[in-house]
Ligand binder design. Structure first.
Ligand SMILES: Cc1ncc(COP(=O)(O)O)c(C=O)c1O
Length: 363
């Protein structure tokens, strides 16, 4: 008897969607650093934006109390506790002058990364597009690919303050686009929101039925007196957009996985619908600690920013000394620098790792 023809793929072969996404750059960097360290090399990692200072004490203390309370040990709700949502509403009012309805316009997210990724699943079908800044946070392109959709890159143009030229987006891309990712202060260029960009994004989104997702990971990490706005402070922004606000960087909480999505209530309801099928919400104790972070003093944030500004100046001065001309960024924890001619950013990052045991991220 003839054996049945094998048509199935081997049992450990990844899905085609996963195959379509390049290895996550920082996972690859982590692997290289671990290899070097195992070989006894003292590696200095400047490669990933991860605050090296402890989470502020008042946040840790709030967590210690909350974690000991059995009332917080059960399944949380996906939306987040009232105290957490109200904490965000108060913060947005006081810090950004933005009114948020704690019932319908804010919901917990287990980090901005999770939120951005799941927004792709909530809003993109095969054939749809997400407009993503280039260079940009990798999830703006990986998320759409994993959702079997596509990302169309919007080059960030230095001559317009590292904004995308929204008027250069092709008609077909505008027709297919359902999401537009923006992020200011910007990873990796360090740019702050160019004047008029948010307003133009709102107009375009309205005209073409595009949901704007503003990734607000760095609004609290700014220098030289610059105060970053919320996208939601732009007139009409709540009609067409959401903002993802993460506590990771501004509050030294990258390991805690604490963020929220705010803005358009229908979009948030859709994200909620997806999330009820995906996870079971954010640990209640973490929500209590997150609310304590938002209600806490600004002093520790300002102290962190003073440390970062000093480090930024050291890096910028050192780069200028070796002939690399960079502008000191007014926000984020990144310096975006051109590589010497003859190198790609990958070959240069490898050279720096090999020769100096310093990790930098290729752009
Ligand atoms: C622009 C941007 N968005 C999101 C994130 C991830 O934030 P979270 O830790 O809240 O997932 C990062 C982290 O580097 C980032 O740079």
């Amino acid at each position: 008897m003839a054996s049945p023809q094998r048509t199935k793929r081997p049992l450990t072969e990844p899905s085609r969607r996963l195959e379509a996404v390049p290895a996550y750059m920082f996972a690859e960097l982590e692997r290289r650093v671990a290899e070097k360290r195992a070989a006894g090399v003292d590696v200095i990692s400047l490669g990933i934006g991860d605050p090296d200072r402890a989470t502020f004490p008042h946040i840790v203390e709030a967590m210690q109390i909350a974690v000991a309370d059995p009332a917080n040990h059960r399944y949380p709700t996906n939306r987040g506790r009232e105290e957490f949502r109200r904490g965000f509403a108060n913060y947005y009012d006081e810090r950004f002058g933005v009114e948020i309805d704690p019932e319908s316009e804010v919901m917990a997210a287990i980090g901005a990364k999770e939120c951005i990724y799941h927004l792709c699943f909530a809003f993109l079908d095969p054939g749809d597009l997400a407009l993503a800044a280039d260079p940009g946070y990798p999830v703006y392109t990986g998320g759409p690919a994993l959702a079997a959709a596509r990302a169309a890159l919007m080059p960030l143009r230095p001559e317009i303050g590292f904004g995308p030229d929204l008027d250069a987006i092709g008609a077909e891309d505008l027709e297919r686009a359902r999401l537009m990712f923006l992020n200011y202060p910007n990873n990796p260029t360090g740019a702050v929101a160019p004047e008029g960009l948010f307003e133009r994004a709102v107009e375009l989104a309205r005209e073409h039925e595009i949901l704007v997702v503003h990734d607000n990971a760095y609004s609290e990490t700014t220098y030289d007196g610059y105060v970053a706005p919320s996208f939601l402070a732009t007139p009409g922004a709540k009609d067409v957009g959401v903002e993802v606000f993460s506590l990771s960087k501004g509050f030294n909480m990258t390991g805690w996985r604490c963020a929220a999505i705010l803005g358009n209530p229908e979009a948030i309801a859709t994200y909620w619908r997806l999330k009820t099928n995906v996870d079971s919400g954010m640990f209640e104790a973490l929500q209590i600690a997150g609310a304590a972070a938002l209600a806490g003093p600004r002093g520790p944030i300002e102290e962190m920013n003073a440390i970062y500004a000093r480090r930024r100046d050291l890096v910028v001065d050192a780069l200028r000394e070796i002939g690399v001309d960079v502008e000191p960024p007014r926000g984020t924890i990144y310096v975006w620098a051109p590589v010497p001619s003859g190198h790609t950013s990958i070959s240069f990052a490898e050279l720096v790792l090999e020769e100096a045991a310093v990790v930098v991220s290729p752009g």
